[in-house]
Design a protein around this ligand. Structure first.
Ligand SMILES: NC(=O)C1=CN([C@@H]2O[C@H](COP(=O)(O)OP(=O)(O)OC[C@H]3O[C@@H](n4cnc5c(N)ncnc54)[C@H](OP(=O)(O)O)[C@@H]3O)[C@@H](O)[C@H]2O)C=CC1
Ligand SMILES: N[C@@H](CC=O)C(=O)O
Ligand code: NA
Length: 429
């Protein structure tokens, strides 16, 4: 046997990876040169869906990353600590690392990649974004000859599943979430998914690769889907849109030295390539020059799909280990060390959808128009669509506007005596 793996974690992804490696025939022949040498778990007596010799399994994960015989450490345990420390220890011991851990990479990527560059080892993370979809490697290699200007993704399957069901069934968020939890599509604690934090970690990673600069996670604006209502989904449908949780990284139109990196529910035109991505699927649209648009679509999670990504990284490392050179391969290393400048959300230039509940009085639409006009907000359409009890529902879609100015207009509108409430504000792609 050639290359020895130390795998940290034997849960969904670890088990899928072991299954794939134990069933190597008919796949890339290099897989047959890999030995599953040690596997670290928390509960050694748990029953497992894979068979491993008892001496392979250990609860002492440090002994794996410190074992001189281990060539590659595969971190599929998740969480921040001890995952971060174990990855750093493996790197400092000269081992290459494969990780699926977007949370750790989005927070500690600078520390991890600096250490990896100093140690002359590679840290591979294909599974961290889009699960089984190859997107990290294309950004680092095939697409890196392009000048990219926008990455737009549906990178969280849980929220896409919830929004798809809300759209097809006309159901409320809370009901669909509860059902998704019952069916195992959403976690018992859905916070990271539903509040956009998981997608925030992922777009920070994609932005760092697409725009060649580290991203400070605190600069990523994250808004989840809890406030999306079935009323807004119905309005989106009437106006020719669907609502998707988009993760977007883009050159700022008005200042190309800064990026806009954000996650929020978005009105997406039905004709847009991402509008038809439904259920638990993920898709990432990459735009640049000269390539134009490229879209990656597929399963963003699950044992087999994620194992495919983890194992493809292992394969790249096996190939690197087999080559006779000690010089780092620039297509596998992390080549950026500076931070990208990220603009505040108030600088974003975007269209908005806003839904107002107002008293049934003459001139309300005129007052709304005046407030918007005072702040330079140009209205694309305004419709008074119906009643909710005694109140009138008015829906506005704006032209592109700086978010800061739009918010100022809303603050003024909120103080109008005729305004009861502003139940929804969503950005429009
Ligand atoms: N599940 C998916 O579809 C996807 C997951 N990922 C990422 O992959 C990683 C793993 O996810 P997943 O497989 O779902 O996680 P699981 O919870 O299913 O598995 C985690 C594994 O790590 C072990 N483990 C966790 N903490 C420790 C510890 N402190 N000491 C020893 N062992 C530990 C667990 O041991 P034990 O079995 O004994 O409890 C378990 O085997 C995460 O970073 C996740 O974000 C990425 C894409 C998709
Ligand atoms: N929780 C994630 C799965 C892993 O990345 C999702 O819902 O997409
Ligand atoms: Na991927």
């Amino acid at each position: 046997m050639g290359v020895k793996l130390g795998i940290l974690g034997l849960g969904t992804v670890g088990t899928g990876t072991v299954q794939l490696l134990q069933d190597a025939v008919g796949r890339h022949p290099l897989l047959q040169e890999i030995e599953i040498y040690r596997v670290g778990v928390r509960s050694p007596n748990k029953s497992r869906d894979v068979q491993l010799q008892p001496e392979v399994i250990t609860t002492d994960l440090e002994s794996i990353v410190n074992d001189p015989a281990v060539d590659i450490v595969v971190e599929v345990m998740g969480g921040l600590e001890p995952a971060r420390s174990l990855i750093l220890q493996a790197i400092n011991n000269g081992k290459h690392v494969v990780t699926a851990n977007k949370a750790a990479i989005a927070r500690f990527g600078a520390e991890i990649f600096t250490a990896a560059n100093q140690a002359g080892v590679y840290v591979m993370l294909e599974a961290a974004v889009g699960g089984g979809i190859p997107v990290i490697q294309p950004l680092k290699q095939a697409l890196s000859v392009n000048r990219l200007h926008t990455v737009t993704g549906i990178v969280n399957g849980t929220t896409n599943y919830i929004l798809t069901r809300m759209q097809t069934e006309g159901s409320d968020f809370g009901d669909v979430l509860a059902d998704a939890q019952r069916l195992g599509y959403a976690e018992a604690d859905p916070t990271a998914d539903v509040d956009g934090l998981d997608a925030g970690d992922k777009i920070a990673i994609l932005a760092s690769l697409a725009f060649d600069g580290r991203i400070n996670l605190e600069d990523v604006y994250c808004e989840g889907i809890r406030q999306v209502s079935k009323t807004d989904i119905a309005y989106a449908e009437k106006l020719g849109f669907v609502i998707k949780l988009l993760a977007i990284a883009k050159n700022q139109a008005q200042d190309a030295t800064k990026l806009s990196v954000r996650v929020h529910p978005t009105f997406v035109p039905k004709t847009h390539p991402l509008a038809s991505i439904n259920g638990v699927y993920n898709a990432i649209l990459v735009e640049g020059e000269p390539i134009g648009q490229v879209m990656f679509f597929g399963p963003g999670a699950g044992a087999g799909a994620t194992a495919s990504a983890v194992t493809s990284d292992i394969l790249s490392l096996v190939a690197a280990l087999k080559s006779n050179t000690t010089a780092p391969n620039p297509l596998l290393t992390c080549r950026h060390e500076e931070y990208s400048q990220v603009a505040p959300i108030s600088d974003l230039l975007t269209r908005f959808y806003a839904r107002f509940l107002t008293k049934d009085q003459a001139g309300v639409i005129g007052q709304l128009g005046t407030c918007f006009g005072n702040h330079g907000v140009s209205i694309e359409s305004i419709v008074q669509t119906g009643f909710q009890g005694e109140l009138v529902e008015i829906v506005v879609v704006t032209h592109d506007v700086r978010e800061g100015e739009f918010r100022q207009a809303l603050a003024e509108i909120q103080n109008l005596p005729a305004i009861d409430s502003i139940p929804s504000i969503l950005r429009v792609l």
